[in-house]
Design a protein around this ligand. Structure first.
Ligand code: NOJ
Length: 683
């Protein structure tokens, strides 16, 4: 089903039931529940102050919490209001993703809209809309155009999340000023100790319920952080990334904010795949998605991180015509559809982080034959992925956007990788403020007009844009593989990816770039690196498993092509799918391990990925997700004898065995290890 069909389908299957406005004889609390009745939101006035609360399975999740805004030069809005009207709706439809972790997504929710007016001051009005799903809650504000509120400057959003429990949180800080903004290691601790953290914020309550705070449909508004209680309480406050002058949001009414989301799950296995934010984004704006292709890619990339190649021109320049042809040949021979080339465009010489305005996005270095390579790639059934590092020079990039994308389109280049390596963007603005959010939307929308897919590094966090703009494929926004080449702490610790799965990946796909086979980093030229130095802290089988565990519609085989030569385990990277009908989390514990099964889109083949932290573990995995009565063969890439990430990461055992839905597989993972399995149905 294409996108247009799926929209028609969604319209015809949608059950939208609008009930009459609720009689409001009194300012009584209003309640709205999820379709299964297990989650309830209550909206009430507390001495004129608007509050919401959330309960799940009979327990409080969020106790009465503040709603509203502070506008520059005006009294806070939300603290002395009365409810003027409210409306309810029920919605049930199922829509199809053009690509994703799951094909069909059900959007089933109950909605309550509450209109309020200020009882004092200027009589400003706003509406809060709550949508309650079985998997969580979304709410947003709408400020209509009104005489008392036209041009506005918001200096704070007053939304609070007063958590009912001193839950355990897995967090990264939001107040880091420098380059590692989202590229940090996660910490775990009680909510009451949080200071200033990023979303998605994953928490586990003492009754075992998981709660994740995030946002959806961020369009023209700053990114939301959570300012913590600093030991005072358990109340997290929405904190918005500011403009340079301190204002958080500026514009003209009407204003519709992003959705604030609370994903709620009884079991860890239900945290992924996360579709709450997708359901809170508008349907696709693209009717023709035939040019959008989830794919595996290789690239002139890891060599720069190993420092054996350079982005800049000179004797070690990676992006040469000859080198790129080699990568194109390698991609074509192994079924990869994309070749990323970094350092192809003029602007990298000197200090490229400082020289942001030197980047051109249309002019290649003389030793890189852009049109010739694009044609060569096309003749081999491969596409170039154009790298657009901006170093935060947003204005410089925006000036060239149309010309650059027009050029790429004319050359048959359908994918770009953007980058924003810089302390600030656009001359002093926050990476995450309204200015940057507008820019990222502009890139997505302009790229869509030119038939270009986007992979964003140093991005704004994912808030489900891919539903509306399915050319927004993947992004970074966390510590990826590159930290294993040069990270000061010696790379990512073995637990890292099993935290990412339940935190960063709840926002959406991540371009982690797995697949390093030279785990001792000999290619860097100084012999094998000891475990204390930067190198991937995984076994080789875990590198394979990451293709299944860490979802991305663009998956890189990140190592140098020569490191795959003569490696039987490379067959798994050639075989693994990047687009899925179904995803099932089989077992997991945040920071310890995770096992995921996914069925390839439009096929009966399943892939299983299992990863562990520094501890070796053994699991029993019932294959009850397979179709009963069918026979399958499992190809198993397991940690080999004596494998462990620290002293012996390379051994992989490859075996085959017949399986059915009744099989219970024993999955043994080495310390820092993993297992990758392809399960094919037999004829
Ligand atoms: C950081 C990105 O994450 C990385 O992939 C890229 O190679 C460099 N910036 C240069 O753009």
């Amino acid at each position: 089903m294409n996108c247009l069909e799926s929209r028609i389908h969604a319209l015809t299957t949608a059950l939208v039931l609008m009930l009459a406005p609720i009689a409001l004889s009194a300012q009584a609390p209003l309640t709205v529940a999820s379709p299964d009745g297990r989650t309830q939101v209550t909206i009430a006035l507390d001495g004129g102050a608007l509050r919401y609360a959330v309960r799940h399975a009979g327990a409080n999740v969020v106790t009465p919490s503040r709603l509203g805004f502070v506008f520059r030069g005006a009294a806070p809005l939300g603290d002395s209001v009365r409810i003027t009207d409210s409306r309810r709706a029920t919605y049930d439809s199922t829509w199809t993703q053009p690509w994703g972790e799951v094909r069909r997504v059900r959007d089933h929710h109950d909605e309550l809209q509450v209109d309020v007016v200020e009882t004092k001051a200027a009589g400003r009005r706003f509406t809060v809309t709550f949508r309650v799903f079985d998997d969580g809650v979304g709410f947003r504000y709408e400020l209509p155009d009104q005489p008392a509120l036209t041009n506005y400057e918001i200096s704070d959003e007053l939304t609070e999340f007063a958590l009912a429990d001193n839950a355990s949180a897995w967090w990264i800080a939001s107040n880091r000023p420098r380059l590692d903004r989202s590229e940090q290691l996660y910490s775990e601790g009680p909510v009451s100790t949080l200071d200033s953290v990023q979303t998605p914020l994953t928490m586990k309550m003492s009754n075992g319920t998981y709660v994740v705070i995030h946002e959806a449909n961020l369009v023209d508004y700053p990114r939301m952080f959570l300012a913590g209680p600093r030991m005072e309480s358990r109340t997290l406050r929405a904190a918005l990334a500011p403009w340079v002058d301190g204002v958080k949001v500026r514009g003209r009414t009407p204003l519709v904010t992003p959705w604030r989301t609370l994903q709620i799950a009884d079991r860890i296995e239900d945290l992924q795949p996360q579709v709450l934010t997708l359901n809170l984004n508008p349907p696709s704006r693209l009717t023709d998605v035939s040019w959008i292709a989830p794919q595996k890619y290789v690239g002139i990339w890891w060599g720069m991180h190993l420092n054996t190649m350079t982005w800049s021109s000179g004797p070690k320049h990676g992006a040469t015509t000859a080198n790129t042809r080699k990568y194109i040949d390698f991609a074509a021979a192994n079924g990869f559809k994309g070749v990323l080339v970094e350092g192809w465009n003029v602007g990298w010489d000197g200090d490229w982080i400082q020289n942001k305005n030197a980047f051109t996005f249309t002019k290649a270095y003389p030793d890189y034959d852009l049109p010739g390579l694009a044609a060569y790639a096309k003749s081999k059934g491969v596409g170039l992925i154009a790298h657009n590092e901006t170093s935060g020079g947003i204005e410089n990039y925006e000036r060239q956007l149309e010309d650059a994308y027009k050029l790429y389109q004319s050359l048959g280049i359908h994918a770009i990788k953007t980058g924003y390596v810089a302390d600030t963007v656009g001359g002093g603005q926050s990476h995450y403020g309204q200015y940057a959010v507008r820019h990222h939307r502009k890139v997505i929308e302009t790229a869509a007009r030119y038939g270009i897919m986007v992979d964003a590094h140093e991005p704004i966090h994912d808030t489900g844009e891919r539903r509306t703009w399915p050319n927004m494929m993947s992004r970074e926004g966390a510590r990826g593989q590159e930290y294993n080449a040069w990270g000061a702490e010696g790379g990512n610790p073995p637990e890292h990816e099993s935290i990412l799965f339940f935190t960063r990946l709840l926002a959406g796909p991540m371009d982690f770039t797995p697949g390093i086979f030279d785990l001792l980093m000999k290619s860097a030229g100084q012999g094998p690196r000891p475990p204390e130095q930067a190198r991937p802290r995984t076994t080789l089988a875990k590198q394979l498993a990451l293709y299944v565990v860490l979802y991305s519609p663009l998956q890189m085989a990140a190592d140098l092509p020569e490191n795959y030569a003569g490696q039987p385990a490379f067959q798994f990277i050639r075989d693994v799918a990047v687009d899925w009908d179904t995803t099932r989390v089989l077992q997991g514990a945040i920071g310890d391990y995770v096992l995921v099964a996914r069925r390839q889109r439009g096929a009966s083949t399943w892939f299983v990925g299992a990863i562990t932290d520094e501890a070796g573990r053994t699991f029993t995995v019932p294959l009850d997700f397979l179709t009963p009565g069918k026979r399958y063969e499992a190809e198993i890439y397991a940690d080999g004898p004596g494998a462990n990430w620290r002293s012996n990461p390379l051994p992989v055992s490859i075996s085959r065995r017949p399986v059915t839905s009744a099989t219970r597989l024993t999955v043994v993972l080495a310390p820092g290890g993993g297992q990758a399995i392809r399960i094919r149905q037999l004829p």
